[in-house]
Design a binder for this molecule. Structure first.
Ligand SMILES: Cc1cc2nc3c(=O)[nH]c(=O)nc-3n(C[C@H](O)[C@H](O)[C@H](O)COP(=O)(O)OP(=O)(O)OC[C@H]3O[C@@H](n4cnc5c(N)ncnc54)[C@H](O)[C@@H]3O)c2cc1C
Length: 355
C-alpha cells in the first residue's frame, strides 16, 4: 500500500495548481488523471482579465484573485523550470453606444482606474468606432504548457498515475480513504465538468459550457496585446495566433465543429484585419456551477475525507490559485472557505446533503 498526504483526481488546471501548491509545501500527493480525456484546460486560452463581459464587470474577489495569480504562477514557473505565465495588456474595443455608456459609468466610480493602462484617445484600428481602453493589469497563462510542465514534474516525482479513476473503487477507512493501492487522509476531486459522474459531489448542479478556439499562422498580425471585441485574438509565445471563443450548451464533448469555426471567424471580421491560415481548432467543456458561476471549494458536508476544487468556469486561470490556496489552508489549518466559494453554500446543491 502506498501512503500519501493527498490523493487528487484530475490533472487539469485545478488539479495541477493544487498539486503545485502542495509540492511547494513538501506534501506528498498522488494525482490520478485519464490522460486528459476530457480536459477543458487543454483548450483554454488562459487569459486573465479583471474587466469582463458585455457589462464590463469585475469578477467577485477580483483583487484577491489577481494577487494570488500574480504570486502563484511565477512560483510555479520556478518549481517546474519552465515559462508559461506572461504579463500582457488587453485592448478592449467597445461594441455599441450602450457599452460606451456602461464604461463611462464604470470609470466614474473610480474603482476601475487601477486596472486600466491607458485611455486611447483615438485609434485607427478596425472596430474602434465606439472607442476602447487598455487593461494593464492582465496576463496570459499558456495553459497547455503549464499542464505539460506539471505533468513532467509529477511523473519525475512518481506522483502521477495515468489511469481512469473509478468511483466504485473508493473505500473509506478509519484514517481517510483508500483507492486501489493508494491510501490518504484526504481525496480531492478536480475532474472538471465530469463532476456530474461523481456520486459524492454529483448533487452540485452544473451548467457546463462548450467552447472552441482556432489557431492561425499569420505574418501580418503584429499587435502584442490581447485584442477583444466580443471575440478575442492574440499572438501566443510560439508565434501562432489564437482566436476564440464560443459558448454552447447542447453537445458537450471535445469535438471541434464547423459552426464554432464559422462563429469565431464572423466575430473576428468586426475588428481583425489581417491575412491568416487556420492551422488548428480545439474544443473543451468549461465546468460552470449553475446557481452562481463561482468555484466550489472545500470538504464534503458528510464525508470529511473527501474534498473538491471545481467550478472554475470561463476564468480558470484567474480563479484557480486563489481557490486552491483556500482549499489548502482549509485542509491543513482548518480555516473556513470563503462563503462565496464554499461548496457547502446551499444554493449549489440540487438536493442539500445533510451536514
Ligand atoms: C475554448 C476555451 C477557452 C477558454 N479560455 C479561457 C481563458 O482565456 N481564461 C481562463 O481563465 N479560462 C479559460 N477557459 C476555461 C478553463 O479552461 C477552465 O476553467 C479550466 O480549464 C477548468 O479546469 P479544471 O481542472 O477544473 O477541468 P479540466 O481542465 O477539464 O480538468 C479535469 C481533468 O480531470 C480528468 N478526469 C475527469 N474525470 C476523470 C476520471 N474519472 N479519472 C481520471 N481523470 C479524470 C480530465 O480528463 C481532465 O484532465 C477556457 C475554456 C475553453 C473550453
Amino acid at each position: 500500500m502506498s501512503e500519501a498526504d493527498y490523493l487528487i483526481v484530475g490533472q487539469g488546471l485545478a488539479g495541477s495548481v493544487l498539486a503545485c501548491l502542495l509540492a511547494m509545501r513538501n506534501r506528498k500527493f498522488i494525482i490520478i488523471d485519464d490522460a486528459h480525456a476530457s480536459a477543458a484546460s487543454k483548450s483554454a486560452a488562459g487569459i486573465i482579465n479583471p474587466i469582463t463581459g458585455k457589462r464590463l464587470n469585475r469578477p467577485l474577489l477580483i483583487d484577491e484573485m489577481l494577487q494570488s495569480a500574480f504570486e502563484f504562477y511565477p512560483q510555479a514557473e520556478r518549481l517546474l523550470g519552465h515559462r508559461f505565465f506572461y504579463s500582457r495588456k488587453v485592448l478592449r474595443l467597445l461594441q455599441s453606444v450602450e457599452e460606451q455608456r456602461c464604461w463611462a459609468r464604470r470609470l466614474a466610480t473610480g474603482e476601475y482606474r487601477r486596472y486600466v493602462a491607458d485611455q486611447i484617445p483615438s485609434c485607427s484600428i478596425k472596430g474602434y468606432e465606439f472607442g476602447g481602453f487598455e487593461i494593464g493589469m492582465a496576463a496570459q497563462l499558456d495553459v497547455p504548457k503549464f499542464l505539460d510542465s506539471a505533468r513532467d514534474y509529477f511523473i519525475a516525482a512518481n506522483s502521477l498515475v495515468e489511469r481512469r479513476f473509478e468511483y466504485s473503487d473508493i473505500k473509506f477507512c478509519s484514517n481517510g480513504v483508500q483507492w486501489c493501492e493508494f491510501r490518504s487522509p484526504v481525496l480531492v476531486f478536480c475532474e472538471g465538468y465530469k463532476l456530474k459522474k461523481n456520486p459524492f459531489f454529483g448533487g452540485i448542479e452544473m451548467n457546463p459550457a462548450k467552447g472552441e478556439m482556432l489557431t492561425f499562422r499569420s505574418c501580418s498580425f503584429a499587435d502584442d496585446r490581447i485584442v477583444q471585441r466580443g471575440k478575442w485574438i492574440f499572438r501566443n509565445q510560439d508565434g501562432l495566433i489564437k482566436a476564440g471563443t464560443t459558448y454552447s450548451w447542447d453537445l458537450l464533448d471535445e469535438m471541434p465543429t464547423a459552426l464554432g469555426r464559422a462563429e469565431i471567424l464572423k466575430g473576428l471580421e468586426e475588428f481583425a484585419d489581417f491575412r491568416f491560415e487556420i492551422v488548428g481548432q480545439t474544443a473543451g467543456v468549461r465546468p460552470v456551477v449553475r446557481a452562481d458561476n463561482r468555484p466550489v471549494v472545500g470538504s464534503h458536508p458528510e464525508h470529511r475525507a473527501l474534498a473538491i476544487l471545481n467550478g472554475l468556469g470561463s476564468k480558470g486561470a484567474l480563479q484557480a490559485p486563489c481557490a486552491a490556496d483556500q482549499l489548502v489552508d482549509h485542509l491543513e489549518n482548518g480555516k473556513p472557505i470563503r462563503p462565496e466559494f464554499d461548496v457547502c453554500r446551499n444554493l449549489v446543491w440540487k438536493q442539500r446533503v445533510n451536514a
